[in-house]
Design a protein around this ligand. Structure first.
Ligand SMILES: [Zn+2]
Ligand SMILES: [Zn+2]
Length: 267
């Protein structure tokens, strides 16, 4: 029954465009009509977060095990993990819910087609609950999701970072600015390229939609949102654009962190 209601709620793609608070109300109404089920295992749950305890544990990397810099699984006992010592990014750090693997990987892949944003909002809420202290302490001013190229957006119809940014903005009570930046180049996935190809692939990949919109980030502490962090190079390119426009600091928030490999080029 709850699946049926989810399907009904998913029907109008226009739902994507409605304000976040209204989406939350619709979700609450659907939950009232029939009990909620866990997004991970489909068991009935009695929880404000749409996951049972078991699935919650499966997708969350305990904070003590997460590297404070890259958000990945800490390797070794140092202050930051071994991968971070060889990598420099212009953003300060990455905050994630967990490792892009197993159940969390499945959820992130499902989020890519989650037109109504119900799953994306629930996973983001879990991220907020698990990382609230870190997120609040950033005292961020604005949230900007990583945009998708309009050709890719046309085929996919949904950019999950937009929904994640919306929900996070509602939780933190700060604005999300999804249309500020555009992806001006149809970039290839970074993972498939050599280091030099990666650089040219991302050169001028992002621009401000309007020239005067640069002022929206000036003197602002910015959270940049993505669904998954792999090499971090795309996020670095976008962060550089924001810093050039006068942003004070950038922190990346993502749902999943790819495990990656130890080395200079992949984290
Ligand atoms: Zn479950
Ligand atoms: Zn690290």
């Amino acid at each position: 029954m709850s699946k049926l209601i989810t399907k009904i709620v998913k029907l109008p793609t226009i739902l994507r465009e409605i304000p976040n608070f209204l989406r939350t109300r619709i979700r609450e109404f659907a939950n009232l009509l029939c009990p909620q089920r866990c997004f991970g295992c489909d068991d009935f749950i009695d929880s404000d977060i749409s996951f049972c305890k078991r699935c919650e544990t499966l997708v969350t990397l305990p904070i003590a095990d997460a590297c404070p810099r890259c958000g990945g699984k800490r390797k070794g006992t140092g202050n930051v993990c071994g991968r971070c010592r060889n990598v420099t990014f212009v953003f300060e750090r990455i905050i994630t819910l967990g490792v892009y693997d197993g159940l969390l990987r499945l959820l992130i892949l499902r989020m890519k087609n989650d037109r109504a944003g119900i799953l994306s909002a629930s996973v983001t809420k879990l991220l907020f609950v698990k990382r609230e202290q870190q997120l609040q302490s950033l005292q961020a001013d604005i949230i900007i999701p990583v945009p998708m190229h309009r050709a890719r957006r046309f085929w996919r119809g949904v950019n999950s970072p937009d929904t994640i940014a919306d929900e996070l903005a509602a939780q933190l009570r700060i604005p999300a600015l999804p249309s500020l930046i555009v992806r001006s180049k149809y970039t290839k996935p970074q993972r498939a390229l050599t280091p030099s190809q990666r650089k040219s692939n991302l050169k001028n990949a992002f621009t401000f939609r309007k020239r005067n919109s640069e002022s929206a980030v000036r003197n602002k502490r910015v959270i940049v949102v993505d669904d998954i962090v792999t090499t971090g190079a795309t996020l670095n390119a976008m962060s550089q654009l924001l810093l050039n426009a006068g942003a004070v600091s950038i922190v990346v928030v993502a749902i999943g962190r790819a495990a990656g490999t130890t080395g200079k080029t992949r984290i």
